[in-house]
Write a new protein. Structure first.
Ligand SMILES: C[S@@+](CC[C@H](N)C(=O)[O-])C[C@H]1O[C@@H](n2cnc3c(N)ncnc32)[C@H](O)[C@@H]1O
Length: 333
């Protein structure tokens, strides 16, 4: 693990450099052998990918960020008052722009002690640490660069009552078994007075959903295609960027959007960083980069309960497009 301290109140631990690149490469190898072929999320979020995602969140048709921000701006003081949170731990924190409503409410309540941003992209962790310590003098930030599917157990010890935020609908990027495992891990991380704040996108008219992921400016297509640049750079792959066509489509049966790339023609791609692995793509074959699952209230509650939580509140925006749940860890059964 590398630890850096840019300023007296900032510390950033990098857990990815502990054999991380090997296991990340192995994740890619496993994904390329799957049917359909798929990539792990870190392939989307390098510095360029995070910046592209940030621009997507500002598009008028990308309702998740707008709606989740409205929910947090409206309810943050109540959430903070009811949880007494002293520390905000945020998984998949990104640029942490919506997080500010929570930190602001914690500062207003006089309980704010520490912010722990956790993301696979080091650039966003470092940037948000610097921005937020400037905004809140005296705030301690302990950033963690890691993979929340592998490093949750290596988080810093709590500095007080914890609010664990998992926002942006990121939980929907996991398939049902991975989601169940992730929620159960989160449950085991929480002590009785801690709370989980879970942002999840709701089932709605599919045309609204598809417009958000297949935007008119093609920003999401650029974001998806960025995964190929990341693989070329990190794993010495020889993808021809123009040989794949980004797509976004609604999968009614699984109630989720699928994003990925379609091979425009039959081709072979070589990965120097995977011992020269050669991967064949048939014409029209799909390489899945992301899923984004949408939830009914009943399904959200069911999954939380199955993981050992009680759903205390389920908040939504005025158009009922997006949800933020406050979940309480139940006593171990
Ligand atoms: C959909 S974005 C949400 C960002 C931010 N929370 C928001 O609400 O705007 C997902 C974030 O999770 C991060 N991420 C994705 N997979 C991850 C993983 N396995 N471990 C850690 N971070 C991950 C990405 O880098 C990205 O910042």
């Amino acid at each position: 693990m590398t630890t850096s301290t840019a300023a007296p109140d900032i510390r950033v631990d990098d857990l990815l450099d502990e054999g991380g690149s090997d296991s990340m490469a192995e994740n890619v190898r496993a994904g390329l052998a799957a049917e359909p072929k798929q990539l792990p999320p870190w392939c989307l979020y390098d510095e360029r990918g995070s910046a592209l995602f940030d621009r997507i969140t500002e598009l008028p048709e990308y309702y998740p960020t707008r709606c989740e921000r409205a929910i947090l701006n409206r309810y943050a003081p109540e959430i903070v008052a009811s949880t007494g949170a002293e520390e905000l731990l945020e998984l998949g924190s990104g640029v942490a722009s919506k997080t500010r409503a929570l930190l602001y409410a914690m500062a207003g309540a006089g309980t704010l002690r520490r912010y722990v941003p956790f993301d696979v992209d080091a650039t966003v962790v470092e940037r948000s640490a610097e921005e937020l310590t400037t905004l809140y003098p005296g705030l301690a930030v302990h950033g963690v660069v890691g993979d929340f599917e592998r490093h949750i157990e290596d988080l810093p010890e709590p500095a007080g009552r914890r609010l664990v935020a998992f926002l942006g609908g990121t939980i929907g990027n996991l398939g049902p078994p991975e989601r169940a495992e992730m929620l159960a891990r989160l449950r085991s991380l929480l002590r009785p007075d801690d709370r989980l704040l879970l942002g999840a996108d709701l089932v709605k008219d599919p045309s609204v959903i598809v417009a958000a992921y297949d935007d008119s400016r093609g920003m999401t297509r650029t974001f998806t295609a960025n995964a190929l640049r990341v693989l070329n750079r990190e794993l010495g792959a020889d993808f021809e960027l123009d040989a794949f066509e980004p797509f976004a489509r609604w999968d009614e049966a699984h109630q989720r959007v699928e994003l990925g790339l379609l091979a425009r023609s039959a081709q072979r791609v070589r990965f120097a960083g995977l011992d020269g692995l050669e991967v064949a793509f048939a014409a029209g074959e799909k390489l899945l980069t992301e899923i984004s699952s949408k939830f009914t209230r009943a399904r959200l509650e069911h999954e939380l309960v199955e993981a050992g939580f009680r759903l205390e509140r389920l908040l939504s925006d005025e158009d009922d497009l997006f949800s933020v749940s406050v979940a309480v860890p139940e006593e171990a059964r």
